[in-house]
Structure formats: structure tokens, C-alpha cells
Design a protein around this ligand. Structure first.
Ligand code: HEC
Length: 173
């Protein structure tokens, strides 16, 4: 009885070993995404698998179609597509991302603080919205290693496509 239990355990662990490359990588990526202590964790501003805050864009849209190189470029982007420099009539200027516009009311995340604050503004309160040159995507300066980026990208690809596949460092640059 005892021996067969041991056999089962051994069999189980060797099966796990055969699959481990990408499964372990995806799990490392998931943990970095959720809790990384480097800079600000991705989940502070992106939601995936029901965790995190949907302040930045839904990453599954891009990760479905982009390869590892494209994803690194956007993670380390200096030019933004959605974040804008918002100036209010009261003189305040801040980097913001518009989430919603309903009639006369704009919902804009103020990215000048972490966590970002959701503002509800009347369009008359907004003086201008211009392209952003001041806000930079936090991972840019967080000092992620190539290995960590590969882990995060294998996780992003897995969540977006359902395909579990290892991502190597040489695929990133
Ligand atoms: C402080 C908030 C914040 C944090 C932290 C953050 N992001 Fe972002 N992210 C954004 C915002 C806002 C955008 C939209 C930028 C723009 O205007 O193009 C964005 C855009 C992206 C994009 C491009 C999406 C697209 O559809 O264009 C990717 C990929 C991405 N982030 C991945 C990550 C990953 C991975 C991490 C963690 C390593 C991370 N982000 C951390 C706020 C954040």
C-alpha cells in the first residue's frame, strides 16, 4: 500500500517535470504581474484573470496579436497612444487616460498619483487634451531583466490566447 502510494507520487512529479518549462515560467510571470516589487506592479493598472485595476488598456487585445518583440516595445514604450496631457480650466495639468464619455461627463483616470484616481469631469471643465510627453509607462524605469520580461510575456500570451508556450530571451530583441 505504502509503496504504491510512493510510486504514484513519483509518477506525478515526473509528469510535472516534463511539463514544467512553460508552466513554471507562466506562474513566475503571473506573480510578477500581480506583485512585483520592482517599480509598480502591473496589476496596479491592468486587470487580468479578474485581478488588478482596469486603469490602463485591456492587455489581452494586444497580447492576442503581438509577438514577444512587439510586447516588449510597448511595455518599454516612451510614446503613449492613450495617455494624454489633460489641462483643466482651473489651471491644473496632469497625465490622464480617458475611460468613458457619457453625454457631458468624462471619466478620466488621473495618473499623477499611484494608485490613479478616477475623476468625473464635465467637458466644460477640461480646457485641453494634448499628446503626452511627460508620463512614462512605469516598467520603463523599473529595471526588469530580460528573463523577467520573458516570464511576463509568456503569462500575457497564455492569458490572451490560451496557448501555453515558453518565451525565450532571444525572442524579445
Ligand atoms: C501606473 C499604471 C501602470 C502600470 C504600473 C503598468 N501599466 Fe501598462 N499601461 C498603462 C497605461 C495608462 C497604458 C496606456 C499607455 C498609452 O497611452 O499607450 C499602458 C499600456 C500598456 C501596454 C500596451 C497596451 C496597448 O494595447 O497598447 C502593455 C503591453 C502594458 N501596458 C503592459 C504592462 C506590464 C506588463 C506592466 C508591468 C510590468 C505594466 N503595463 C504596468 C498603465 C500602467
Amino acid at each position: 500500500m505504502k509503496r504504491s502510494l510512493l510510486c504514484l507520487l513519483l509518477l506525478g512529479s515526473s509528469a510535472a517535470l516534463a511539463a514544467d518549462g512553460f508552466e513554471i515560467q507562466i506562474e513566475r510571470g503571473r506573480q510578477l504581474f500581480l506583485h512585483s516589487s520592482k517599480g509598480t506592479a502591473c496589476s496596479t493598472c491592468h486587470a487580468l484573470e479578474g485581478h488588478g485595476n482596469a486603469i490602463g488598456p485591456d492587455l489581452t487585445r494586444l497580447a492576442k496579436v503581438a509577438g514577444p518583440r512587439g510586447l516588449v516595445l510597448t511595455i518599454e514604450m516612451t510614446v503613449t497612444a492613450f495617455v494624454q496631457q489633460i489641462s483643466l480650466r482651473n489651471g491644473r495639468t496632469f497625465p490622464g487616460i480617458q475611460k468613458q464619455k457619457e453625454g457631458d461627463v468624462l471619466k478620466i483616470y488621473d495618473l499623477s498619483t499611484t494608485p490613479a484616481v478616477l475623476l468625473q469631469l464635465k467637458s466644460a471643465e477640461v480646457a485641453s487634451m494634448n499628446s503626452n510627453s511627460k508620463w512614462s509607462h512605469p516598467p520603463m524605469s523599473a529595471g526588469y531583466t530580460s528573463e523577467e520580461l520573458a516570464d511576463i510575456i509568456s503569462y500575457l500570451k497564455f492569458v490572451s490566447t490560451g496557448v501555453a508556450k515558453a518565451v525565450t530571451v532571444s525572442e524579445l530583441r
